[in-house]
Design a binder for this molecule. Structure first.
Ligand SMILES: C[S@@+](CC[C@H](N)C(=O)[O-])C[C@H]1O[C@@H](n2cnc3c(N)ncnc32)[C@H](O)[C@@H]1O
Length: 287
């Protein structure tokens, strides 16, 4: 089977958001495999089938093997009871990390995905992988879902959070979780794509001391409510399909939370250099 140039496809996706139905095509690809019954119940084999599609058919914006291993190792170390991912796409990270959480003795993996079609693909592949008992796919914009899960009592505390959705929403969603008391000493965040395409406001926030956060005034302006340090294509990545994001940039979070934050260098599945920022909440300072 002919391989295609994934780095060329990656550059193309930088220009436009996919709208060619590849996510549904992936489902047909996986379920029409002659050995689909031997895949059932095996997260590893479902991931291999997704990788095969992404390698031989069309690029998928999955976290990939390299960065996936970094987060899977983190799960084995942190042993989260409850893990949340922001941005599920077709379920690659959800299946990889949901399986790792189960192996580490965890109870729940929430996958928050705004696009209902993608969420349906996640749920279908999670079912095939035999992970429906631990994974809960939540459809909707992450901020709305976080608030609803919290007020319903389904999600009160986060042990580990993987941020991989709309880049300008990393900081506003983290601050929302802080304000709801979901982040405490021991909580860990892993944020993808902090090098490519980059996320200066998030890195600045999680690397700030309590004093710096208390003193912070908005040095940077916004364009249509989005921090102007984001490139236009990043700010508008999902606008065509999902409409403009409405971020609450007025959130202050809980500046008293103490973070230790470090970059782990890695690569996109396409070979493009990237990094995951791993942030550990080590305590809360007195006011
Ligand atoms: C890079 S993809 C996620 C890839 C996935 N984590 C993986 O590695 O397999 C980003 C996803 O975030 C979703 N998304 C964007 N903004 C969102 C939001 N505000 N809330 C929830 N999901 C969002 C997009 O629809 C897209 O599916």
């Amino acid at each position: 089977m002919a391989e295609f140039d994934s780095s060329k496809q990656y550059q193309e996706q930088e220009e436009t958001f996919f709208d060619d139905g590849r996510e549904i095509e992936l489902l047909h690809f996986v379920y029409s495999k002659s050995d689909v019954e031997s895949i059932r119940g095996s997260p590893t084999k479902v991931l291999a089938a997704i990788d095969e599609y992404a390698r031989t058919k069309k690029y998928l914006m999955n976290v990939g093997e390299d960065k996936g291993r970094i987060v899977a190792d983190l799960i084995a170390e942190v042993k989260p009871q409850v893990m949340v991912e922001l941005g599920g796409y077709i379920g690659y990270s959800c299946i990889l990390f949901g399986d790792a959480v189960r192996k580490a003795g965890g109870q729940r993996y929430f996958s928050l995905e705004r696009n209902p079609e993608f969420a349906a693909v996640i749920a279908s592949l999670v079912d095939l992988a035999g992970l429906s008992d631990i994974v809960k796919v939540v459809v909707g914009s992450s901020d709305v879902s976080i608030k609803r899960l919290h007020s319903s009592g389904s999600l009160k505390h986060i042990d580990l959070m993987f941020l991989d959705h709309y880049k300008p929403a990393y900081t506003t969603d983290l601050k929302l979780c802080e304000e709801l008391g979901m982040i405490t000493a021991g909580t860990v965040m892993a944020a993808d794509n902090v090098i490519t395409p980059g996320n200066p406001p998030y890195l600045e926030y999680v690397r700030s001391t309590v004093q710096q956060k208390k003193n912070a005034n908005k040095a940077n302006g916004t364009v249509n409510g989005v921090d102007n340090r984001f490139a236009d294509k990043t700010a508008k990545q999902y606008a065509k399909r999902e409409g403009e994001a409405k971020l609450d940039e007025t959130r202050t979070g809980n500046p008293l939370l103490v973070y230790e934050s470090n970059l782990v260098n890695s690569f996109e599945p396409t070979g493009v250099p990237d990094g995951i920022e791993i942030t550990r909440c080590t305590g809360v300072e007195a006011n």
